[in-house]
Design a binder for this molecule. Sequence first.
Ligand code: ADP
Ligand code: MG
Length: 723
Amino acid sequence: MSGNGMRLDAIERISQGRDVRLPPAKPVSEIFGSHVFTLQKMKAQLPKESYDSLKNTIETGAQLDPNVAAVVADAMKNWAISMGATHYAHVFYPLTGATAEKHDSFYNPDRKNGGVIAKFSGRELTQSEPDASSFPNGGLRSTFEARGYTAWDCSSPAYIKETANGSTLCIPTAFVSWTGEALDKKTPVMRSTAALDRAARRVLKLFGHKSIAPITSSCGAEQEYFLVDRGFYLARPDLVLAGRTLFGAMPAKGQQFDDHYFGAIPRRVQVYMQEVEQELFKLGVPVKTRHNEVAPGQFEIAPIFETSNVATDHQQLVMITLKEVARKHGFACLLHEKPFDGVNGSGKHVNWSLGNSTQGNLFDPGDTPHANAQFLVFCAAVIRGVHLYGKVLRAMVATAGNDHRLGANEAPPAIMSVFLGDQLSDVFDQIRKGGATGSKKAGMLDIGVDSLPVLPRDAGDRNRTSPFAFTGNRFEFRAVGSAQSVASPITALNTIMADSLDFVADRLEEEMNGGKKLNAAIQTVIQEILRKHSAAIFNGDGYSRAWVEEAARRKLPNLRTCAEALPVLRDKDVAELYSHLRVLTKTELESRFEIYAEQYVKSVDVEAKLCVQMFKTQIYPAAVRWTGELAENIACAGRAGAKLDKSVVTTLARLTEKARKLVAKIEKSLASAKDEPLEKAMAERGRLLAAMGELRETVDLVEREMPDDMWPLPTYQEMLFLK
Ligand code: ADP
Ligand code: MG
């Protein structure tokens, strides 16, 4: 009967509509952070001097006292064991973008008394040595130079990871080579935060601030994802191995009704979301928002923003938790940027701001932005940064998956620009013309129905088509891919901003040394920035053709694919930017280029091989079987005097043959494809992707001609609409 029993089984299970039931949920106030070794817990369990010393390290980045580490380790171990932990793991974030962990037991043989004894030294807490040679290092290490170290990041809290069979104490760490080079994504985030602090502090001092707490950036990352029933997922080799469908005809209904966005959340999905949230609450991740996204089967989860380093680690936990809990609920969670052709893909909007505990949010314009010189200076620094180094932002979101999304009329274009909105654009316009004297008012919104409240209206509308939009008190970087770690985009934002703030501080100092008062100096410097860098400001429709042309006139780079965007990391000015701010050395940056380029090449190769395999083992056999059967049956009917049109047979045969030839072509390019030099390899993979696209179009036409019971793959209709 059916070409694929799994499809029918999955449909049968879905039709029974069973939800996974959890024990009644405890109040959030009770579970929030229950699995985290929080500052409160440390305060209760550590001697006062040790606690104060650790807190100082966490808050100011001061050197960690090894004696304190020993005391903390002991307290951490006792807490972890009381939570059922038997092991501890240094968790780190290699350049694959994934999360890595090496587990060790607390227990050692007790040589004196027999049995075992639980031990966890300060040294074990602060340092561990996973073999570095098996992680991508982009030429930073040879295989024979294998040493790598993980180092405890005490500013990101340790937590307990629970499974049905026990618990593990997880310790966030930085991962560096024996020579001190960053092999991970966390180290650059921390280094860029330090650079940002140094530069922002200089500017704040010029504004006369005396007490300035450490400045960090904050990040709130909105994560989009798809859910498909696990039965369908497991029957699709492309979803399992590549995370996206390589074939699949669009069903009669797609997202044309716009009826999914913010729609009522399907019950089974909501049950799943609630468990995800409970797990994240335990881990201290402040998740806040849940809703349906634009495409059928697409959803979003967003936490409240936190300091970038912690938010980055928490973002990794969000992705892991979404995937793990999905399995339990009979779903697969797809984080890929473009799992389905023909409907929207997924992104991860990174909301980013700067601030500290003494000066607050430095991107907060207040009610009268024109009079808020400090805010305007920070904003101008952003404009300069995006204009000079938009290409770096673009490079840091370049992945094979994101290539399918950026610039595809559903996601921001690959051209990096800043959206300021009406109010701010107006203020900057005034400054450009001589001086700002007023701000457009926010005002009230009268809905015209007496029983409805009068709503305060924001001073400007939103723009969903800008890659980098000011949204009231933060910037929203909307080009980040859904499967990506937010670490590299955040590092880039921090680094670019540090550079711009240093520039601003230098220029203000110069002007003031030349005799200008602060306000006059500010006016001069902002005007200068606007004169040189306004090209980066764009408030119009970022999806339009006209913008692509206008951006070209403005000489803004339009780096459409990885092959164009990643080589930016080799540009001299970019190496200089990262190295002079001590975020990444030239060698470290070069290693990033190599690793990201290799990842791109490898993922395209995997997809191409999968195309060939799926075609040969599933699609071609089904198509040939049906063509033969159809031809025979038409002939048979003809003998019985019933004349049936044969054109379906010829259409099918033509399409199948066309697809077979395309597959042969893909196989040939795969066999001859080279991996070096990387720029060439990436361009080659671009051509391979084009061939795969042509194959896909042809196969999707075959699918439309096939009887449902013979089609070997779960269909788009099943995956997108059956929940
Ligand atoms: P949207 O309307 O853009 O979809 P959401 O409510 O889904 O907004 O998400 C907005 C994100 O921005 C949240 O993670 C929120 O915590 C974060 N955010 C709010 N204020 C700031 C800020 N000052 N700095 C960084 N992130 C912020
Ligand atoms: Mg949102």
